[in-house]
Structures are given as C-alpha cells and as structure tokens.
Design a protein around this ligand. Structure first.
Ligand SMILES: *[C@@H]1O[C@H](CO)[C@@H](O)[C@H](O)[C@H]1NC(C)=O
Ligand SMILES: *[C@@H]1O[C@H](CO)[C@@H](O)[C@H](O)[C@H]1NC(C)=O
Ligand SMILES: *[C@@H]1O[C@H](CO)[C@@H](O)[C@H](O)[C@H]1NC(C)=O
Ligand SMILES: *[C@@H]1O[C@H](CO)[C@@H](O)[C@H](O)[C@H]1NC(C)=O
Ligand SMILES: *[C@@H]1O[C@H](CO)[C@@H](O)[C@H](O)[C@H]1NC(C)=O
Ligand SMILES: *[C@@H]1O[C@H](CO)[C@@H](O)[C@H](O)[C@H]1NC(C)=O
Length: 812
C-alpha cells in the first residue's frame, strides 16, 4: 500500500499548554499508531512484542520503547497508543506496515448540550431533547432485548440505581468474555447480572491532564457525572415504577428501551480539570479505541457511543471512533453514535462513517409547563423607536420581524422542571439588562452571566434573562445569588419555540423567543411591570410532535458528501433517565441536590434510543448482519409527525434528509422491514479506498478503480455534484417469510429524473438477493453551484412493506 502520510504540522494548540506535564520530553504526546486488523490468533505477548519492536525502531532503547507505550490493542484492532514526538510519529507513519498515526486528541466530548455550551461559549443553538421511555414501544417478540449485550462508551455507571437491578435475571451468558474491573467505590459486587462488565480507560487522559484528581472523579467505572448512567438506563434500564424526577415531574414508570438486555460499561469520559471540573467531560481517542477493542473481544452485540468530535471532524482513518467501529462492523457488532448538537447550521453532523448509525434528535409530545401571567392586563403600545435599540442590546434577539402595534398580554406557558415554586401572587418583573452591574459588556447584559447582576436591583423580583451565552442553569444560579425571586429564561431567536427544561435552583421557566419578546415589550411599556409564575405540571399531547430539535446537527456530510448523514432521528429533547448520586441535576458546583432521575437533552439522549432498537432487533433476529439492522431502522423510518403532517424542524419549517436522515425511528416497523440493504466489511474497505485512498486492511489492497463512494450498498442515496447522469446499483435482501412481489415508486428530486430498473422484484425465499439500477439524470432545470441540494426518494412496496430510501443530490 501507499504509505499514509499525516500532516503533522497542524497546530495542536490544546497540547502546547499542557506539554509541561512531560517535563523530560516536552514535545511528546499520545499518538495512535494504527496497523489494521489482527489476522490469525496471536498471544497478547506476541502482539505486544511486535508493537514494542516497531516502537523501538524510533526510540533510543528498548526500555524507552516499553515505557512509551500506553495501550497495545490486541483483540481486533491492530495498533497501539504511545508517547511520541511529531518526528517519531512521522517516521512511523511512513513505514509500510503503518496505516495511520495520529494524535489522540482532547477534541471529543459527550453529546450533551452542556459540553457544547461550555466549550463553544455559545449556548444559543445547542439545547434540549425530549422523550420518555415508559411508552411501551418495544415489539413484544423482542422479549425486551433479553440477553443481548450492549456496550456503553461513556462516563461510567451508578450501579445502585434501581434501573440496573438484576432481580430475576438468568446467569450471565456463557459467551461473555468481559470483566468487572474494580476500583474507587466500585467493588466486584457493583457488577451483577444486569451490569455484566465494567472497565475504565484513562491513560491518554492522564498523559494529557496528569493524574486523575480523585477528589472529584472516581478512578473506576463508577459514574461521577450522570451522563453514562443516563444513556445506559435509556438503552437497558429496568422498568421502575413510581419514579418522578425532581420532586414530581413525569410521575410514572421509567424503563429503558430494552430492559432485559445486559450492560457492559466502558468508562472513557472524564472531567476536565478546572474551576468546575464536574460540568464538563472529555474523552480521548486512544482510550476510546482501547475500550472498543476490549468490547469487541468481550463479545458485545451493540455499541452505543454518545460522543463526538468537537469542531472539524477528523478523517475516517484518523478518527478513533470510526476506526474502532470499522473493526466492530467486521464482527457484525452494531455501532450507534450521536450526530452532535451543533444544529441547525448545515454541515455540522459528526460521526460520519457509513459503518456507524448516526442519530439526530427530536422532541416528543410531552412538556413541563408553568403558567406565566403578566400583571396588569394592559393594552400595550410599543414605541417603534425602541426596537433598534433592543436589537443592539440583546444581540441574540432580533425584533425586526415583529409587528408592533397593540398587544393584549395575558399569559404564556413557560417550561420548567424546577422543583421550586413561587407563591401565587404578583412579583415585580424586570429585564435583566436593566439590573446589570456597571461595567458588564453591553452585548452580555440580559445574559445573567455569573456576577453580572446587581443585588439592589434584583432582590425579590422575577428576572427576564436570555439564552445566548453561558449555561442555562447557571443563569438561574446568578439570579438566585443576586436575591431574585425567579427567572424567566427567554430563547434567542435562533432557538425558536424549542424550550429545554431545566432543574433551576430557584423558581423559574423557559419561554419561546416570541413569548420572550412579548414579555420584554411588556416590561418596556409598563411603568410597574409584574408577573406571577404558576405551579409546574406535566402535559402530554403537545403538537406537533415529534419535531426535529434545533440543536440536532445537520447534513450534508462534510467528509463524504456521497453518504447521507444523519441516518435517522430519535427522541433527544427533555429525556428522563437515571442519574448519578454524586452529581447534581444541573452539575453546577454550588448545586448540592441529589436526584435519582434527571431530565436532560442532546443527541447523546437520542443515540441510546436507536441503540435500544438495535438491541431489540438483535434479539428477534440474532443472525442479522449489523448492516441489515441499520437498514431495517432506516427504510421503515417515519416521515410524518404524530398528527400526520410532515416532520418539521423546531422552528416550524418542514424538515428534509439533512435534518432527519431517513426519518424518525419506528421500532415496531423496523422489526418487519421486508427487504434490507446489506454491506460487508470488504464493502467498507472498498468505500475507504474510493473515499479517502486509504487501504485500511493489509489483506485487502485497494483496486485500481474502486467503486465510487455512492456505490456502497447503503439504505439511502446521496450523490454530490452530479454531472449529467450516474448509474447506481443497489442490492436488497429479502428477510420476510413468504413470497413477495415488490414494485418501485419514485419521488423525483427537483430537476432530477430517477429511473429504476427493473421496476418490480420478486422474492420466494428468505435471504434471496436482487439487484437493481438507479439512473439519476440532471434535467438541467435547476441552478447549479454550491450548496444546491435537492431531495426525493424511492420506495419498494409489496402491499405490506414500504422500503423507502431518501435520495439527495447536488449539482456539479
Ligand atoms: C483536586 O481537586 C480539589 C477539588 O477541586 C482541589 O482542591 C485540589 O487542589 C485538586 N488537587 C490537585 C492535585 O490538583
Ligand atoms: C410513590 O412514591 C411516593 C413518594 O415517594 C409515595 O408517597 C407513594 O406511596 C408511592 N406510590 C406507590 C403506588 O408506590
Ligand atoms: C461582545 O463584544 C465583545 C467586544 O466587542 C466581543 O469580543 C465578544 O465576542 C462579544 N460577545 C458576544 C457573545 O457576542
Ligand atoms: C424602554 O426601552 C428603552 C430602550 O432601551 C428605554 O430607553 C426606556 O427607558 C424603556 N422604557 C421603560 C418603561 O422601561
Ligand atoms: C462531477 O465532476 C466533479 C468535477 O470533475 C467531480 O468532483 C464529481 O465527483 C463529479 N460528480 C459525479 C457524481 O461524478
Ligand atoms: C464552490 O465551493 C468551492 C469550495 O468551497 C469553491 O472553491 C468554488 O469556487 C465554489 N464554486 C462556485 C461556483 O461557487
């Protein structure tokens, strides 16, 4: 193969300030040296010797080679992680047997909204999720995922949660080869028949940050954060009755999607040292790769990874999750990842490899509301001359589209899960921008950032604050610090009507951008503005639902636009699941509350819904390939909301494939897909040859003319920069019992003609495969150029099954 040269001249600024921790070798950092796939069976010692030998070729002594190695990946992934200088890494990457060598970076984080808020300092678009699992949505023949093993790469687990009880469980499946790694506050008895394995990985973290500070983090699989407990219980939590979050919300039974599945916990995410280490986690690639390698060796069936890269995604061959997932796919392990929380901006989706199922987030039909009543029900006349001024002050809110005339203000539905309540009377109401301490930057007034509010102006009042910069719950904490009675947290315009709920540390509620604007106008036009905030309650039947969360990252796929991402969408806004007992619901340093269940949002929360669906499918069809399971979910996904209308975005616009992929997951339909699109490990290797020119496995050299990336037998079709006409072949496999005749129908993308031949396919047996050709032709009726994408679909229909594939095309 051609040596794969990496560009080592990239400025890894994150590393430079930390390099001091290697006082002897300031320029060394953790590199992953990737060697492909282990073939045959070698003893762990042999593999290690081989890795040492390779390292020795760039180190001064054997001793130094041994010292510098962190991990020797030995189960499926062939490679190692070691402390290397850039020069050493470059020499290694030029060697024949090395496929890629790349730094294990600190640019990975769990896909909760918090991470993104914290790291980007821009909260505006990175919120929510919602959904609940007590709906009995699992097909009963899946037997609740009984004995399927799901591996969780996350922040660990809180094993005492009732959600992880093993009551009534059979012994651990004999095929399980994993271990229960003990450590700080985690004994062998912390594992049980539910949590059948637990391990932790932090060598790359410690190489970067120094020793883990065990005063705020557990050096063990125990979850000090909450995220891993939340995602694990969303996939496989037992059904627990009479649960309510935060003192009364969402009372009822909580259950994961596959409550009888077994959990294997791989803790790879750790707190970022700093003034409030518990607010933010980071996950290093070398640690994640070690975890995936072990998970493969241990025998998991499904891997759920609610983690993604921050900023520009690394290329597939230098992406620890993608490389690990490729090895998992070879063993037909289903790998499910979150799409990211950087929407609604286009081209923000992460976890882009076609052997990963990439999951966007939606809302469900539940809300937690509290009524906000404005005091004197005055008729307000807005002085037009003010709106420009506000625009400048608020920065994030634009009133331009507002019709200012006369409004009759009465009441609004705020959204909240704070357990605190105001007395049922009117309180003085002010805009936080009018209570800022002198010297607060003009563009940050109204944001309620820490230490920005003047107690004299705030005491005893309800404050209207805005989203945009900083953490939501922290804004509530600031209002409390300054002596305020309650917070009304207004959406920025970009957040639209999608209101995340928070367990604020004082009474409070979130409101949509338009409601926030009205409240602001009311404050400004009234000499004595007042408001009351009613008791919060849980409301079902919110319409329209589901809709695609604004924060959910959007396509197109920046690494390979000929593969559509995200693949599918699942609930991720305001999701209730189990929580760590060493973390507060807001994770704020001063919040000392403990909760057993918490409501949070993100594609981190939608990913485990799809993982659970994969577990259920695996339980019904143990012999299905991982690509068949992916296909079953994608081709049966829903394009409509519960009201029968089209799936919409959180801002009320109609969604498309870049918003929701193939659509919204429907577990029961996925259990009877009719036909599936399968792809093998070799197909993925060919895809890598075509897409990146990298040969990922020494035993499969790249052919001279590999099939183009869109030729991968994927359940969706994406063609970037179509010039004239392309022909694409697809093969479907019948997975239903009986004889079927399918006919195809096409919804042509604007300006494209889609011809499919043959137009009908007959199947007599399970496992029978049939191929067909799709010809896409540019009719020349749509303006070409960058960024013009058109969408359509084709569907195979036998009268029982609808097997639908979205088509997206851009013009060359
Ligand atoms: C560990 O964290 C605690 C609490 O945040 C802090 O007081 C202490 O200085 C830290 N220790 C080290 C070695 O950084
Ligand atoms: C549910 O929990 C509440 C509070 O913990 C308790 O008062 C109530 O009796 C429980 N109800 C049932 C049916 O167990
Ligand atoms: C506020 O303004 C300052 C100075 O112009 C700028 O550096 C900063 O990025 C702005 N912050 C926001 C959130 O817009
Ligand atoms: C309304 O807003 C304008 C511009 O910020 C300000 O000058 C005026 O004093 C406000 N009026 C009231 C009643 O708050
Ligand atoms: C169309 O041509 C451009 C430029 O030559 C190329 O990059 C692109 O891949 C082609 N598209 C297809 C679908 O063949
Ligand atoms: C399209 O985008 C590419 C890369 O961003 C740029 O180089 C090219 O000039 C653009 N073409 C047109 C027609 O705008």
């Amino acid at each position: 193969m051609a040596p794969f040269l990496s560009s080592f001249l990239l400025p890894f600024c994150l590393f430079s300030f930390f390099s001091s921790s290697f006082s002897s070798k300031p320029s060394h950092k953790v590199y992953i040296v990737y060697l492909g796939e282990h073939t045959g069976s070698y003893a762990a010692e042999e593999i290690q010797e081989n890795h040492h030998g390779l390292l020795f070729s760039v180190k001064n002594s054997e001793e130094e080679a041994r010292r510098s190695i962190l991990y020797s990946y030995k189960n499926s992934i062939n490679g190692f992680a070691a402390l290397l200088s850039d020069e050493e890494a470059e020499i290694l990457s030029a060697r024949e047997e090395v496929i890629s060598a790349y730094p294990s970076e600190a640019k990975w984080a769990p896909h909760t909204t918090r991470s993104w808020e914290f790291l980007t300092d821009y909260e505006g678009l990175n919120q929510r999720g919602f959904g609940f699992l007590e709906n009995d949505w699992q097909p009963s023949k899946a037997n609740h995922g009984k004995d399927v093993i799901v591996g969780m790469l996350d922040s660990g687990i809180w094993p005492e949660s009732k959600s992880f009880s093993d009551e009534g469980f059979d012994p651990v499946p004999a095929r399980w080869r994993g271990i229960c790694e003990t450590g700080q506050s985690f004994k062998a008895s912390s594992c049980n028949r539910k949590i059948i394995g637990a391990r932790y990985y932090l060598k790359s973290y410690e190489a970067y940050y120094g020793s883990l500070n065990t005063s705020y983090a557990y050096r063990s699989p125990r979850d000090g954060d909450g995220h891993g407990t939340h995602t694990s219980s969303t996939v496989a939590g037992r059904s627990v009755s009479n649960v309510s979050a935060l003192g009364g919300f969402a009372k009822g039974t909580v259950s994961g999607g596959a409550p009888l599945a077994r959990l294997a916990v791989y803790k790879v995410c750790w707190p970022i040292p700093g003034p409030n280490p518990n607010i933010e986690n980071t996950c290093f690639e070398a640690d994640m790769l070690a975890a995936i390698d072990d998970a493969i060796g241990d025998g998991v069936d499904v891997l759920s990874i609610s983690i993604g890269s921050i900023g520009d995604p690394p290329t597939f061959a230098k992406d620890g999750i993608a490389v690990g997932a490729l090895h998992a796919a070879k063993r037909e392990i289903v790998v499910v990842c979150s799409a990211g929380n950087s929407g609604p901006k286009p081209a923000t989706v992460s976890n882009l490899a076609p052997w990963i199922i990439t999951v966007g987030a939606s809302s469900i039909d539940r809300a937690f509301t509290a009524e906000i009543k404005l005091g004197n029900n005055v008729i307000v006349t807005v002085n037009l001359k003010y709106y420009r001024l506000w625009e400048n002050i608020l920065n994030t809110i634009t009133l331009r589209n507002y019709r200012f005339s006369q409004f009759n203000y009465l009441k609004f539905q705020g959204q909240t899960v704070t357990p605190y309540q105001l007395e049922g009377k009117d309180y003085p109401l002010i805009y936080a921008g009018d209570a800022a301490i002198a010297g607060t930057a003009a563009n940050l007034t109204g944001q309620c950032l820490p230490n920005s509010l003047s107690p004299e102006k705030v005491k005893g009042k309800i404050l209207l604050c805005f989203r945009g910069t900083g953490l939501r719950a922290e804004k509530g904490q600031e209002v409390k610090r300054a002596g305020g009675a309650a917070i009304i947290l207004g959406n920025a315009i970009a957040n639209g009507n999608e209101v995340p709920v928070d367990a604020h540390v004082l009474p409070g509620a979130g409101v949509s951008a338009s409601d926030a604007t009205k409240i602001l106008i009311y404050i400004n036009s009234s000499s004595n503005p007042t408001a009351s905030l009613g008791q919060a309650r849980t409301v079902n039947g919110i319409k329209p639902s589901p809709s695609i969360a604004q924060f959910s990252s959007r396509g197109p796929n920046v690494l390979e636009p000929n593969i559509l991402k995200p693949d599918i969408t699942a609930p991720g806004l305001n999701i209730l699941a189990a929580w760590s007992q060493s973390s507060s619901p807001t994770k704020l340093g001063n919040d000392k509350r403990k909760v057993k269940y918490n409501i949070i949002s993100g594609t981190s929360m939608s990913c485990p819904h799809v993982s659970a669906t994969a577990v259920l499918l695996k339980s019904i069809y143990p012999h299905w390939s991982s690509s068949a399971i992916r296909s079953a979910m994608m081709t049966t996904a829903n394009l409509n909301n519960a009201q029968g209308g089209p799936l919409m975005n959180g801002d009320g616009t109609t969604g498309g494939p870049f918003d929701f992929g193939s659509g919204h997951v429907r577990p029961i339909h996925a259990a009877d897909p009719g036909l599936v699109y399968e792809a093998s490990y070799q197909d993925y290797l060919l895809f890598m040859c075509a897409s990146t020119g990298v040969q990922m496995d020494f035993y499969y050299p790249c052919p001279k003319d590999p099939p183009l990336p869109y030729a991968l037998n994927y359940p969706s079709v994406a063609v970037s920069r179509l010039n004239g006409t392309v022909s694409i072949f697809r093969t479907v496999t019948n997975v239903a019992q009986g004889k079927f005749q399918y006919r195809v129908s096409v919804d042509n993308p604007n300006g494209i003609s889609v011809q499919i031949s043959p137009k009908s396919l007959k199947f007599n047996d399970v496992g029978e495969k049939k191929s067909f050709k799709i010809v896409l032709k540019d009719k020349g009726t749509v303006m070409r150029g960058n960024g013009t994408y058109v969408a359509g679909s084709y569907t195979w229909n036998d009268g029982v099954h609808l097997v639908r594939s979205p088509i997206v095309v851009s013009f060359g």
